[in-house]
Design a protein around this ligand. Structure first.
Ligand SMILES: [Zn+2]
Length: 340
């Protein structure tokens, strides 16, 4: 259910909720917003625990029966909706069931807590049916909506919620956490770069073996002729082409940093520094900038449903034009080597 069992970097959100708990002015309906993997579900779970903890512990580890049951998702007074993220919508029937559940008194806890995961999937009918409950939930009930894209929620729903934003982690801090808490030493900076501040996504990418994909792409890009690569190993699915362009774009970005004399410890592909440096040596700064533009434009075109075959041809042709000078330089370098 969670990417990590510990919250990272959500001090602001925790402070706001903690203050509400100690001041006993907890709102009836919250909106926890933030990117995928920043900790919305975990924060909601810890909030439900804090409202019901037998020892009065809030947002800390606790072994009481109530906290354990909420952690294991078997507490009768805490209800999750929308946990199946494959389902495309949360329907009016789900809300109707929820309303009859909310109408009952807490079974064993102090508070009933409803958590709606992926609230952007509420259908218009479901959102409208939910308004009354959001407006006046029974006194012992708290509702938490989790959402990535706040703009997808109707204003009528939004205006009834207290929003708590979960912020992405700063890049260097995410790298440190991946390293010290999760003992990730290979490709740490790349995972953090790709996850853009989301600890959950970084762990997901690690688990899904994104590093192997990255290494394959880098190996092909660094060792083969670009045209050869496009026609021998290039994927055809749009998402895979996008991943390829993203990875290559980040490698070329590192090359530009190398050209500008940046400390190598700051590279995204720090663990592949030697390879990236050796390729960067064959390119001029101007060529690198041209490559960056080429790959960025290609990613933009992909979003506009462009014909992928034509896009690859365009990439190969223009990439070749840009890289032609490399071959000349290569030949010159080889000639020099032999001459010496
Ligand atoms: Zn407890």
């Amino acid at each position: 259910m969670f990417y990590s069992h510990k919250l990272f970097g959500q001090e602001m959100a925790l402070t706001l909720l903690q203050r509400a708990l100690t001041g006993e002015h907890v709102a009836h309906a919250y909106l926890f917003s933030g990117r995928e993997g920043v900790g919305k579900k975990l924060l909601a779970q810890q909030f439900a625990q804090s409202l019901n903890c037998e020892k009065g512990v809030s947002f800390s580890e606790c072994s009481c029966e109530s906290c354990r049951k909420i952690r294991e998702d078997i507490h009768p007074d805490v209800k999750w909706i929308g946990l199946d993220e494959e389902l495309r919508s949360i329907k009016i029937e789900d809300i109707r069931l929820l309303q009859s559940w909310v109408a009952l008194r807490p079974f064993e806890g102090r508070k009933k807590v409803v958590i709606i995961n992926g609230a952007e999937r509420l259908t218009i009918e479901a959102a409208n049916a939910f308004l009354k409950t959001l407006e006046e939930p029974p006194g012992n009930t708290h509702i938490v909506l989790l959402i990535e894209h706040v703009f997808r929620l109707p204003d009528t729903v939004l205006s009834r919620l207290v929003e708590i934003r979960l912020l992405p982690l700063p890049f260097e801090r995410l790298c440190t956490i991946l390293n010290s808490e999760f003992h990730i030493t290979e490709g740490t900076r790349y995972l953090a770069y790709q996850a853009q501040g989301s600890i959950g996504l970084a762990l997901h990418y690690k688990e899904e073996d994104f590093l192997t994909i990255r290494n394959t792409v880098i190996d092909s890009f660094l060792k083969q002729d670009l045209i050869e690569y496009f026609f021998s190993s290039m994927p055809t699915a749009v998402s895979e082409i996008d991943t390829f362009l993203y990875i290559i774009g980040s490698v070329v970005h590192d090359m530009l940093l190398i050209k500008t004399g940046v400390d190598h410890s700051l590279l995204i592909h720090q663990d592949r520094t030697a390879d990236v440096v050796s390729r960067a040596e064959l390119l001029t700064r101007e060529q690198i900038v041209q490559l960056i533009t080429l790959f960025e434009d290609a990613r933009q075109s992909l979003k506009q449903n462009v014909n992928t075959k034509l896009l690859l041809l365009h990439l190969a042709a223009h990439g070749d034009l840009i890289l032609k000078k490399i071959n000349n330089q290569k030949q010159t370098a080889n000639a020099l080597r032999y001459a010496m």
